[in-house]
Design a protein around this ligand. Structure first.
Ligand SMILES: *[C@@H]1O[C@H](CO)[C@@H](O)[C@H](O)[C@H]1NC(C)=O
Ligand SMILES: *[C@@H]1O[C@H](CO)[C@@H](O)[C@H](O)[C@H]1NC(C)=O
Ligand SMILES: *[C@@H]1O[C@H](CO)[C@@H](O)[C@H](O)[C@H]1NC(C)=O
Ligand SMILES: *[C@@H]1O[C@H](CO)[C@@H](O)[C@H](O)[C@H]1NC(C)=O
Length: 530
């Protein structure tokens, strides 16, 4: 006890002794392979950042920070990349640096991701990678004036900006505080998860700890596979309504929820859930404001194929399908045609749509809703052969990262309707196969699956329970050697029912102990899947 508090005192003394440079006087950092264009800085007192769900769920107020904005370019690339660094003032810095990732087509979200980090005492950085920051479409930057893919900007988006931000962010942090950060972290989900995986694989010395949620690891594969539900519906000549699909998802949960002994809207162990959508055939599906629909064998067949995943014309499997308890709403979206009330057509998911148009085909007029089984198969092959090396973050060789002492913590919702959780399991298996037999993958790379949880825990379905402090768990692992066996998780504010849970370290799954309050994480234990 006494020893610990003495250490604390010692650390506090070091903190107080650090010489902080004036915020107005931050020198240009040195970044090999790039030219710094500008450095500007401003002291912000009592600064607020407004909530913007799902990226930031609460207002963050009373921040006191030095904001440093660095712009840079890569010679020959015709890019201007902005790195924004927020540095806590008044001794609030914990000695940690963190880079925050983006989502969709955005490499970063600036204040929305910086605010919670600096509120926790991190020096934090975010970058636009020289792109527009538009999450939904890369239309403004994907193609050069001559119509070819802008490979420089795609490279920035894929991985280069992750390293640039680490170098610039750490240099600015060290200049301001008069000493380097003691620990550095990556944190992100979705695209941000992919960026973290790219860092572990391509820049293994950049971060001590990497938190990657729902990582888009196999980008060139799964993004095209996301178009499969559209092909299935087109092939069947029928486009079910969102109401019909929702009825299927609700029925899956109704049938499989209690296999774990607890009725909470969550299928804890999907492997045990055997569900056949033909049980709905003949049922009347009713939704407010819509005509009643009778569920048919056609719809049951569409659902089965969507779950099965994309197939070649001869029936061999190309990639994974939608998890059976995931919402269909994004990948199997349909819209009414013109002013009709019953005739629908498909609406391909925006990331898959724009990736195919602007990058794989380099043709903004390409329409993914015209795809058929054979053309989807060739699009998949083309996507992989053209861009896998550039943007996939699927190299299973984590030996350099391991050797550098890095820790990689990945979590993924098992009901993720956009990035398939099977991808994360596939990658983990690939790392196990590629890692020396005398090494234990869990020493440097742990995966936690979150049952009933959607993409990055956004809360589009009931029962979503993402980890409450995965970054804190990673910090404990990196700085105190406390490798997490479980991640504490909780439903989102206002969820009904609300509960806490424990996410188990893959490949274990959580099982209720049969005695305690099932709404509390402590009543769940991690067991081997049977
Ligand atoms: C800080 O800002 C809030 C508004 O966000 C304001 O209400 C408050 O008075 C400010 N406090 C100080 C000390 O300036
Ligand atoms: C954030 O603050 C605004 C007022 O500035 C308020 O209207 C809003 O409800 C707050 N949001 C949350 C999530 O607290
Ligand atoms: C460089 O990028 C700008 C847009 O940022 C564009 O207007 C210009 O045409 C580009 N130049 C070349 C040579 O690609
Ligand atoms: C749909 O719109 C067309 C004109 O665009 C019109 O001729 C037709 O009557 C409309 N149909 C219905 C059902 O409103």
């Amino acid at each position: 006890m006494r020893f610990v508090s003495l250490l604390g005192l010692f650390a506090a003394t070091i903190n107080a002794a650090a010489v902080t440079r004036p915020c107005s006087n931050i020198p240009a950092p040195h970044l090999p392979g790039a030219r710094i264009l500008s450095v500007s800085s401003t002291e912000l007192r009592n600064h607020s950042v407004q909530a913007a769900p799902p990226l930031l769920n609460k207002n963050i107020t009373n921040l006191n920070i030095c904001e440093v904005v660095v712009t840079l370019t890569h010679p020959g690339a015709n890019d201007t990349v902005t790195v924004q660094v927020w540095l806590p003032l008044d001794g609030a810095w914990t000695g940690r640096f963190a880079s925050a990732g983006g989502s969709g087509w955005a490499a970063g979200h600036g204040p929305l991701t910086l605010a919670p980090l600096v509120a926790d005492g991190y020096a934090a950085a975010s970058t636009d990678a020289g792109l527009t920051g538009d999450i939904i479409t890369p239309a403004a930057w994907a193609l050069k004036p001559d119509g070819t893919v802008n490979l420089d900007l795609l490279t920035n988006f894929a991985s280069r900006s992750v390293h640039d931000m680490a170098v610039v962010g750490k240099a600015v942090t060290a200049s301001f505080y008069g000493r380097p950060a003691r620990y550095s972290y990556w944190t992100g989900c979705s695209t941000g998860g992919r960026q973290g995986m790219a860092a572990a694989q391509k820049y293994p010395g950049d971060f001590d700890g990497i938190l990657a949620g729902a990582p888009a690891i196999y980008w060139t594969e799964y993004v095209v596979a996301e178009l499969w539900p559209q092909v299935v519906m087109k092939e069947a000549g029928y486009f079910p309504s969102a109401c019909e699909f929702a009825a299927v998802r609700d029925d899956v949960v109704a049938v499989c929820d209690e296999l774990d002994g607890v009725k909470d809207g969550v299928v804890s162990n999907l492997a045990r859930c055997r569900y056949d959508p033909s049980r709905l055939v003949g049922k009347t599906i009713t939704c407010e404001g819509e005509d009643d629909v009778t569920f048919t064998t056609t719809t049951a067949s569409i659902v089965r194929k969507i779950w099965d995943g994309p197939k070649t014309p001869s029936g061999s499997s190309i990639w994974y399908g939608l998890p059976i308890d995931a919402p269909f709403a994004s990948l199997a979206a349909t819209v009414l045609v013109g002013n009709t009330t019953t005739t629908r057509t498909g609406a391909p998911f925006f990331v898959a749509d724009t990736w195919s148009r602007y990058f794989v085909k380099a043709n903004p007029a390409f329409d993914p809703s015209t795809l058929t089984r054979p053309t989807l198969h060739s699009l998949f092959a083309e996507s992989v052969s053209k861009f896998s090396t550039l943007i996939d973050s699927s190299s299973p060789d984590l030996a350099p990262f391991q050797k550098a002492g890095g820790k990689l913590l990945v979590w993924h919702g098992t009901s993720d309707p956009l990035i398939f959780p099977q991808d994360t399991v596939r990658y983990r298996r690939a790392v196990e196969a590629a890692t020396r037999a005398d090494a234990n993958v869990d020493d440097f790379f742990r995966v936690f699956l979150a049952p009933g949880t959607d993409h990055c825990g956004q809360g589009t379905i009931a029962g979503v329970a993402p980890p409450t402090d995965a970054l804190g768990a990673l910090v404990g692992w990196v700085e105190r050697g406390r490798a997490p066996d479980v991640l504490e998780a909780a439903t989102l504010p206002g969820a009904e029912p609300g509960f806490t849970r424990r996410l188990c370290r893959f490949p274990l799954v959580a099982e209720w102990d049969g005695r305690g309050d099932a709404g509390l994480g402590e009543s769940w234990r991690c067991v081997r899947e049977c």
